[in-house]
Ligand binder design. Structure first.
Ligand SMILES: [Zn+2]
Length: 614
């Protein structure tokens, strides 16, 4: 069979238009600095061109023809909206994969809508079919349109915090919000434009239907349209849509709301059973108003901190070394985290739940609850994200504090340096008894984003690995050491610092970060430091001696809750002295401790030192 010249020309034109579509979108992404990278777009070329050529053949319409306009616009809106608004808002690249997923989902929409249109127009009820198609377009466009509407009111793309607000709003509030943002006339214009667009869409679909009716009936085209619609639905809606930025954002928000409801439902009940005797807790015992500070580090591994491991060639902990030399702080050489990721680890470090006691998180009081009940004014200052998938449980614990602050309510990770928390610390009232938590970004990847230029003491070669190299990591530790020094000096001078505790959520492996699937022990070797003021040491010599002698003991950070409760003398039926490093009852040794929720006993650590049991 030889293809006629006219047919060949048509196929050629269809292929050209498909390629043009692909090329122009790639140019668009590169142009707005949201390039998806060749690793993502190269494998897409063949399947995307094939589908776009086939759908033009099955519909008998060219991709850029007027008939295709509603479907094309709908898909393009998906392809372009999020990347563009993200770029305008943050001016920094988003994940390559997420850009790619938006492109796939938008393109699949074009293929799906057009193939469905080919199929339903065959039934001849063109007016009904056109109305159905218009409604479908509107449904598909709803998500990008909401993003655009939101952006046009505040010039910021939807973020976890704003989507949360949107999610929690009711009908009346949203009408008020729109009215306040656009005014009645503005709203009238928007409504008029929307109806006009829908009317035009309807007309275009009608024209599409009439021309389909005129075509000769072709079974192969119907089969192709059917196959394409199923394929586009499976690939676009089923596989990729749940992975797009907007779908993940939505999931984060709804998960968060669900968990919060559950946790908060139990909060009163938990608190009611937290029977701390306020008269025997530290605020009552110390008499003078004072402050206790807990700094939660991020991805700090003691394997790469000079004060814990003098073998590394970077003197990145000068302050801690000075304080250890003059006996001001205690440093614990054998501390491990219970997991390699922030939330599972902190969920246990900050609450009763531990690897050893089988308690349920929803029935566990937090260290914030304990501090509140012991008579402290509580403060939580965080340089981490608030609503991301990985932060929600930590946020719920934090929200128990009297005062909370998050440096950034936007995406995933803060790009601000930890020193920003010093401004917040200055708001703490020196005339009160305060329990302050500082949750820092520490050494989270990418390490070279964690410190200002003047802390770039050790240089790495530019190029691949620069952001994750040991030198960058060492610089981030150096900056944390300086941060701790600033917090310490300020609080000693202004807040009558009684105790300061620093530990990290988990460690880090400099080649593979902190992925539990490829576990190594540097991911769980964490630093821990405790300072006790001279007043504290004088008043509580036994506890102070205990904490001093315990520097060589083995410990896992899921027992921080009991240890801090011990330092605060906040005993209750929700306190276990066997998990309190400051108590004579502390019952664990290297032989009985585990990490990774029991998967690895600490005796497996190849670099472990003998335990000094005191
Ligand atoms: Zn972490």
């Amino acid at each position: 069979m030889i293809m006629s010249k006219a047919k060949l020309k048509k196929w050629g034109a269809a292929l050209f238009l498909a390629a043009l579509y692909f090329f122009l979108l790639m140019v668009f992404y590169v142009n707005i600095d949201q390039d998806m990278g060749e690793g993502y777009y190269l494998p897409l070329i063949a399947p995307v061109l094939l589908c776009l050529v086939l759908i033009q053949w099955a519909s008998g319409k060219f991709l850029l023809s007027i008939f295709m306009l509603p479907n094309l616009l709908t898909g393009l809106l998906w392809c372009m909206t999020f990347p563009l608004l993200y770029e305008w808002t943050y001016k920094s690249p988003w994940y390559l994969s997420k850009i790619c997923y938006d492109f796939i989902v938008g393109t699949a929409m074009i293929v799906f809508l057009t193939s469905v249109e080919v199929l339903i127009m065959r039934f001849g009820r063109i007016k009904i079919a056109s109305a159905v198609m218009t409604v479908l377009s509107l449904l598909f466009m709803a998500v990008p349109l909401v993003q655009i509407a939101y952006y046009s009111t505040v010039l910021h793309c939807l973020s976890p915090a704003s989507l949360m607000a949107l999610y929690l709003t009711n009908y009346k509030e949203s009408v008020n919000y729109l009215q306040a943002s656009f005014g009645y006339w503005g709203l009238a214009v928007i409504l008029a434009v929307t109806f006009l667009v829908l009317y035009l869409f309807y007309k275009f679909h009608e024209a599409f239907g009439k021309s389909i009716a005129k075509q000769a009936k072709s079974l192969s085209k119907v089969i192709a349209a059917l196959a394409l619609s199923v394929a586009a639905l499976m690939v676009g809606a089923y596989h990729y849509l749940p992975q797009t930025s907007m779908a993940e954002l939505w999931r984060d928000v709804t998960d968060y709301v669900e968990k919060t409801k559950e946790y908060e439902k139990h909060h009163e009940k938990r608190l009611a059973t937290l029977d701390i005797d306020i008269n025997s807790a530290l605020p009552a015992l110390m008499k003078k108003s004072h402050t206790v500070i807990m700094v939660i580090g991020e991805s700090a591994s003691r394997s790469y901190m000079h004060v814990f491991n003098p073998d590394i060639p970077y003197e990145n902990t000068p302050w801690m070394e000075k304080c250890r030399a003059n006996g001001e702080i205690f440093l614990y050489n054998n501390v491990y985290s219970s997991w390699t990721q922030t939330v599972p680890s902190l969920q246990r470090a900050l609450t009763e739940e531990s690897q050893y006691n089988g308690k349920d998180f929803l029935d566990s009081c937090s260290i914030i609850d304990v501090a509140n009940k012991a008579g402290y004014e509580t403060w939580w200052f965080s340089n981490q994200g608030r609503y991301g998938e990985y932060d929600s449980i930590v946020t719920m614990i934090a929200k128990g504090a009297d005062h909370t602050y998050w440096s950034d309510d936007s995406y995933l990770f803060s790009d601000k340096y930890d020193m920003i928390l010093m401004d917040e610390l200055k708001k703490v009232d020196p005339n009160k008894n305060n329990f302050v938590v500082l949750h820092i970004m520490g050494s989270h990847i990418y390490y070279n984003n964690r410190y200002p230029d003047e802390f770039g003491r050790w240089k790495t070669e530019d190029g691949s690995g620069m952001a994750t190299a040991l030198a960058s990591y060492a610089n981030s530790i150096l900056y944390t050491d300086y941060f701790l020094e600033r917090v310490f000096n300020y609080s000693k001078e202004h807040l009558n610092l009684a105790s300061m505790i620093y530990f990290s959520d988990h460690g880090e492996n400099l080649l593979i970060s902190h992925n539990p699937d490829v576990f190594s022990f540097d991911m769980v070797r964490v630093p821990m430091m405790i300072y006790l003021s001279s007043d504290y040491r004088q008043m509580f010599p036994q506890k102070s001696r205990m904490l001093k002698y315990r520097q060589g003991r083995y410990f896992t950070n899921d027992m921080m809750y009991d240890t801090i409760a011990g330092i605060l003398f906040a005993k209750s039926s929700r306190y276990d002295s066997g998990q309190d490093l400051s108590s004579p009852d502390y019952k664990f040794t290297r032989d009985t401790l585990v990490t990774m929720m029991g998967e690895h006993p600490l005796t497996e650590d190849p670099d472990a030192k003998p335990e000094l049991v005191k």
